[in-house]
Design a protein around this ligand. Structure first.
Ligand code: CA
Length: 234
């Protein structure tokens, strides 16, 4: 699965240039030209990274950044902020601390692409790993095998993809809609309750009596893989 990037920028030629280049790198790209539209989009879908312009109609980039950092499901979301030259003051730098990186316009496209790659690598080192592991659970993507405490776990294809999706992003909370989008794909319509059914099946397959459950149900929000799972303190 390729990483998904949301570009929030009101200068259309720049949006088009970024879209073209990011898609050429193999990313899935979505765009928004207003801050408030981006906020709505971010509640519906879960991109892996956001390129966020500072000055936007509707809702400013910094306000959107602040909101994203305040929500548990987007607290860790990588954000690259775009600022115009005049805005690169100490004040702006201070305010922009919620962003992971920022780049001053005009910038070169290869420079932005390098920052995107670096940030995605840093945020999701597991996206490229062959074997994902958390606690006593290991998922081997080449062999498509899951092992818990040394025993093979038999999973259906959907439960396997669901576990892989969650293990790629431990700690991050996903709504049922985001899981449908990420695991089932956005083209097909499936009832959100289907997610609960498959999470239930996944739990039944990976958890034996006495074993702790790595999947957290977050009331009113969705599901997450417990990033503290398997640690001594938990
Ligand atoms: Ca702008």
């Amino acid at each position: 699965m390729s990483a998904r990037i949301l570009i929030v920028e009101d200068e259309e030629p720049l949006t088009m240039l970024l879209r073209y280049n990011l898609e050429a790198e193999g990313y899935e790209v979505d765009t928004a030209a207003r801050g408030d539209d981006a906020d709505t989009k971010l509640k519906e879908t879960a991109p892996d990274l956001v390129v966020l312009d500072w000055m936007l109609p509707g809702l400013s980039g910094i306000e959107l950044c602040r909101r994203l950092r305040a929500r548990p499901e987007t607290r860790q979301l990588p954000i690259i902020m775009l600022t115009a030259r005049g805005e690169e003051s100490e004040k702006v730098r201070g305010l922009a601390t919620g962003a992971d990186d920022y780049i001053v316009k005009p910038f070169s496209v290869p420079e932005l692409l390098a920052r995107v790659r670096a940030l995605l690598r840093r945020a999701n080192p597991d996206r490229v790993a062959t074997v994902l592991s958390i606690g006593d659970i290991e998922l081997d993507r080449e062999k498509k095998r899951v092992v818990r405490s040394g025993r093979a776990v038999d999973l259906g294809p959907t439960e396997y993809r669901l576990l892989e999706f969650l293990m790629e992003r431990p700690g991050r909370v996903f709504s049922r809609e985001q899981l449908l989008d990420g695991v089932w794909g956005s083209e097909i319509y499936i009832d959100e309750r289907t997610v609960d059914v498959h999470v239930g099946r996944l739990r039944k397959a990976i958890n034996r009596a006495q074993e702790s459950d790595p999947i957290r149900t977050v009331r009113g929000a969705g599901y997450a893989l417990d990033d503290r799972f398997g640690r001594a303190a938990s």
